[in-house]
Write a protein that binds this ligand. Structure first.
Ligand code: GLU
Length: 375
């Protein structure tokens, strides 16, 4: 296992480092704050021929501090205002710490809408690629000042997982105030043991090993494990480790058994399929009959109009839709070649009948296999 960890980490060239609010807002450790420590770590990392993108929380936490508020604001506009105050300060802190070691940071703010649209996702990727080429470290955060519930990523753990695909990273480091994943909730159980490695994140019984009564702790580690799962499906390993421990990144990168390592899946999704499964926001549902469902699940087939019983929602051709069975259970997701109104007219038909009904035929398939992900 030790060798496997070393091998995996050694070949990681592009790394996403997620820094949580608990790390950003923590008091300095050994006289150095997180920005200074990150600056030094990034310098070393880049010195070893690697590249890094940081996904940093802390806008709201710093904003609250700067505004002198006693607690997190209750309303969304107030939280957005706090983020607007804090985001500038957050970048200023990165900027000054990175300049001291001769590195440059660049701010990239995203909402889920930006990554949910394939075009905007690819635009964002081009920008990030250009930043890497220039040797600059992107510092990514959710665009909190405009992100209301329906366009939110959920949290920055989710954003960091989508970022692994966005920048095509080989490794995701999730730095928080916990040392890793434990076999039980460490706050509630003194004998909790840290897991060094999670071989198959899909097999992880997260509810069984976290204390469901402790909503604060469990929510945190659950979303980190979910981020690790999403990264694993892109073929990216994840390490969850303590960001308040000085030198943690260089120890991880030299293969030391720091934190909890989640192994990547061997049958990884391509970038586009990963985007379909995790970044896109499906805009409708197609109800698939049992025969077609079977063909999609076990025979690797495309979805044809004849397999569709019904359509729900409004979408254009090229948008991602949920494929659900007749009970409404989602089993796949994919890019539809026809709009919802076209599908309303051609559902249940044989391919040969499409031209007769529509007057044209763009594709035989409603969802081509290459644009379909079984969940
Ligand atoms: N984007 C938020 C902030 O910068 C943090 C969200 C999160 O940590 O999940 O304050």
């Amino acid at each position: 296992m030790k060798d496997l960890r070393k091998k995996l980490i050694k070949k990681a060239r592009r790394i996403v480092i997620k820094v949580g609010s608990a790390v950003v807002a923590a008091p300095p450790v050994e006289g150095r704050d997180i920005f200074e420590r990150l600056g030094a770590e990034i310098k070393d990392l880049k010195g070893s021929g690697r590249e890094a993108a940081i996904v940093s929380s802390g806008a709201i936490a710093l904003g609250i501090r700067r505004l002198g508020l006693k607690e997190r604001p209750a309303t969304i506009p107030e939280r957005q205002a706090a983020a607007a105050v804090g985001q500038g300060q957050l970048m200023a802190l990165y900027d000054s710490a990175f300049s001291k070691v001769g590195e440059k940071a660049a701010q990239v703010l995203l909402t889920h809408d930006d990554l949910g649209s394939r075009k905007r996702f690819l635009n964002a990727r081009n920008t990030l690629t250009a930043l890497f080429r220039l040797g600059i470290v992107p510092v990514i955060n959710e665009n909190d000042t405009v992100a209301v519930e329906e366009i939110k990523f959920g949290d920055n753990d989710a954003l960091s997982a989508l970022t692994t695909n966005l920048v095509e990273a080989d490794l995701l480091l999730i730095l928080s105030d916990i040392d890793g994943l434990y076999d039980k909730d460490p706050k509630a159980h003194k004998d909790a043991q840290k897991l060094a490695i999670v071989e198959d994140v899909d097999e992880l019984k997260i509810d069984a090993i976290t204390d469901s009564t402790n909503s604060l702790g469990t929510g945190g580690i659950k979303s980190k494990c979910e981020a690790a799962r999403r990264a694993a499906h892109f073929g990216t390993a994840t390490v969850i480790a303590n960001g308040n421990s000085p030198g943690v990144i260089s120890r991880i990168l030299s293969g030391e058994p720091e934190g909890t390592l989640f192994l990547p899946k061997e049958d990884r999704l391509t970038s586009k399929k990963h985007w379909i499964a995790f970044s896109a926001r499906p805009s409708g549902r197609v109800f698939v009959d049992d025969g077609a469902k079977e063909a999609l699940l076990t025979k690797g087939k495309s979805l044809l109009p004849s397999g569709i019983k019904d359509v729900d929602g409004t979408f254009e051709a090229g948008e991602v839709v949920h494929c659900v069975d007749l009970k409404g259970m989602e089993f796949a997701r994919g890019v539809a070649n026809y709009s919802s109104s076209e599908l309303g007219r051609i559902k249940g038909l044989k391919t040969a009948e499409l031209v007769k009904v529509l007057g044209y035929k763009v594709y035989d398939e409603v969802i081509h296999r290459d644009n379909l992900v079984v969940l």
